[in-house]
Ligand binder design. Structure first.
Ligand SMILES: CC(=O)SCCNC(=O)CCNC(=O)[C@H](O)C(C)(C)COP(=O)(O)OP(=O)(O)OC[C@H]1O[C@@H](n2cnc3c(N)ncnc32)[C@H](O)[C@@H]1OP(=O)(O)O
Ligand SMILES: CC(C)C(=O)C(=O)O
Length: 514
């Protein structure tokens, strides 16, 4: 099968991401993991850019044995000297020299004529070749370069000894079709093309880096340059994990192999994210937190019946553990039942249905349903709480003014079915509510903690109130979310009282069973 070399530039172009700065120990750790991942080449840094980078490249070159280690250099002798200093101890010394070839870069940045650029490239490659058996030469901004000029300069650097020719889309401007065509054109028109490897290096400014890399590969590129998690200058580079997994999953369409050990992908991605401090967006393909998270009922039902209905990549393929179905407001009964069974609950259809209805109500109010929430919902059903009579808050009204004593009037239906209304005062509105409700529930309620916060942003944000109470020595927590802070507070207090009644009931039933 055709082999595609994976050239990882996480430690060079990836480190060029704004805000990322890795020290030598961190770089070595990542390089070791890249070696385990099975990349063909590790671009470990730009030795001339700083003594720290030279040191890191040197240490990586003497540590890594199963991947080729390279360093970047401008077409400048001192850069190539620094690269040699860093890489002379490597198993297979490899250097990556580059020079821009697009009209805009030559005229405004390098301030050189095309002839001068050709001369400088030839000289640099010849110089590099004195030390390095493997020399990659890159035509920076190659995609925006004149095609005839590209053919001319590439032929010259091949003659000078380059072993790999990289044609980057430095500014992420290409479309897959155009970038693919460029590789086909170069393969067909460059004399000596059959003696070298061609390489693709894409940036993601227009979100096409992975597609462009694959298009280049389909049209003659033997190597793809990419980074873990797609980090890199500006919008980043092509993401290694996306390329490797796409080529594996669609092997029917792309009959190539990369040598990447896919099981190491998750670990590598997490390591790079942790050490660079660059968070992975949740919906990022392959390695995002949600990449295998089925949230909606119809999908979950399909996945439970036959995984492949909605899952083209198995989490195990990339070394990720089992991903439980997400239980949220879009979930259906199938996923809810599945989780309940996995948690060890054996509920009748009727009880499961009731727990599911409560779950849906809760999911409307809470972003995330925790394991504890599920335990509460399912346990309440398991021990037949339908027989337990609870308090129901009918109304609450608070009178507050800067010159008045805050007074709350509340009505509840008691577990006996009576409607009771009482008013009481407090130092503030919340205390007035608590004092009133305490009288209505007719128990000594010690409020241990009370917190209220907004669930979302904006004036109409929901208030989430949590009250932690002690009643007869038992501690329970009640919570409620409402549009109004005081209503949420009153409901949370009643919720705590009801939970206490339920738990008391459960305890009594369990004691009776023993
Ligand atoms: C597309 C890419 O990702 S290219 C890699 C980009 N990465 C980096 O730049 C990170 C590391 N860079 C650095 O640390 C510094 O830029 C250094 C050490 C390399 C150079 O620093 P300085 O000497 O201060 O130069 P400075 O960065 O300001 O300017 C770059 C110079 O290199 C020249 N240059 C740019 N590319 C090349 C090249 N491939 N070959 C030769 N010269 C080049 C520029 O024309 C400019 O020259 P000038 O000073 O005569 O105008
Ligand atoms: C140095 C080259 C390969 C580069 O990083 C680019 O063109 O984006």
């Amino acid at each position: 099968m055709r082999k595609i070399d994976i050239f990882d530039t996480t430690l060079r172009d990836g480190e060029q991401s704004a805000g990322i700065n890795l020290n030598t120990a961190e770089k070595i750790e990542i390089a070791r993991q890249l070696e385990r991942l099975g990349v063909t080449i590790i671009e470990a840094g730009f030795p001339a850019s700083s003594p720290g980078d030279l040191d890191a490249v040197q240490k990586i070159a003497s540590t890594v044995k199963n991947s080729i280690v390279t360093g970047l250099a401008r077409c400048v002798q001192s850069d190539i000297d620094a690269a040699w200093e860093a890489l002379k101890g490597a198993e297979q010394p490899h250097v990556h020299v580059f020079l821009a070839t697009s009209p805009i870069h030559m005229e405004y940045k390098l301030k050189k004529s095309p002839d001068q650029v050709v001369e400088q490239a030839i000289e640099a490659v010849k110089y590099a070749k004195k030390f390095f058996p493997l020399v990659e030469w890159s035509a920076e901004d190659g995609f925006r370069s004149d095609r005839d000029f590209l053919v001319r300069i590439i032929e010259q650097v091949i003659q000078a000894g380059a072993t790999t020719i990289n044609v980057p889309d430095t500014v992420g401007y290409a479309s897959p079709q155009e970038y693919g065509e460029l590789f086909r054109f170069l393969r067909e028109n460059v004399r000596g093309a059959d003696r070298v490897k061609f390489s693709a290096h894409c940036h993601d400014d227009l979100g096409m880096a992975v597609a462009n890399s694959i298009a280049a590969m389909e049209n003659g590129a033997d190597q793809i340059e990419c980074t873990i998690n797609g980090i890199g200058e500006r919008a980043g580079n092509a993401a290694l994990e996306e390329i490797a997994v796409a080529l594996h999953i669609r092997n029917d369409f792309y009959p190539v192999e990369t040598g990447i050990n896919l099981k190491e992908i998750k670990r590598t991605s997490q390591l790079v994210s942790r050490l660079t401090g660059s968070l992975i967006q949740p919906n990022k393909a392959v390695v995002g937190k949600n990449a295998f998270a089925h949230e909606s009922g119809i999908h979950q039902d399909g996945v439970l019946k036959h995984k492949e209905t909605y899952e083209i990549i198995s989490p195990a393929l990339i070394g990720e553990g089992e991903v439980p179905l997400v239980l949220g407001k879009h979930s259906g009964r199938a996923a809810f039942r599945d989780r309940a069974v996995k948690m060890g609950y054996e509920l009748s259809d009727e009880k499961l249905n009731k727990a599911f209805q409560e779950f849906k109500k809760l999911a409307d109010r809470k972003k995330e349903i925790t394991e504890d929430d599920l335990i509460t919902l399912l346990t309440e059903q398991q021990v037949s709480i339908e027989d337990i009579a609870l308090f129901e808050l009918k109304s609450v009204q608070v009178s507050y003014g800067t010159d008045n004593i805050p007074t709350a009037t509340a009505s509840v239906i008691t577990p006996d079915g009576d409607l009771k209304t009482i008013a009481a005062t407090g130092a503030g509105s919340v205390e007035a509510i608590f004092n009133t409700l305490e009288q209505l529930v007719n128990s000594k309620v010690n409020v241990l903690d009370f917190q209220v916060k907004s669930v979302s942003k904006g004036r109409d944000a929901l208030a989430d109130a949590v009250v932690n109470v002690r009643i007869n020595g038992a501690i329970t927590t009640g919570r409620d979310s409402s549009q109004d802070v005081l209503e949420a507070t009153a409901n949370a207090f009643i919720d705590a009282i009801n939970r206490n009644i339920i738990h008391e009931n459960i305890r009594q039933k369990q004691t009776a069973q023993v």
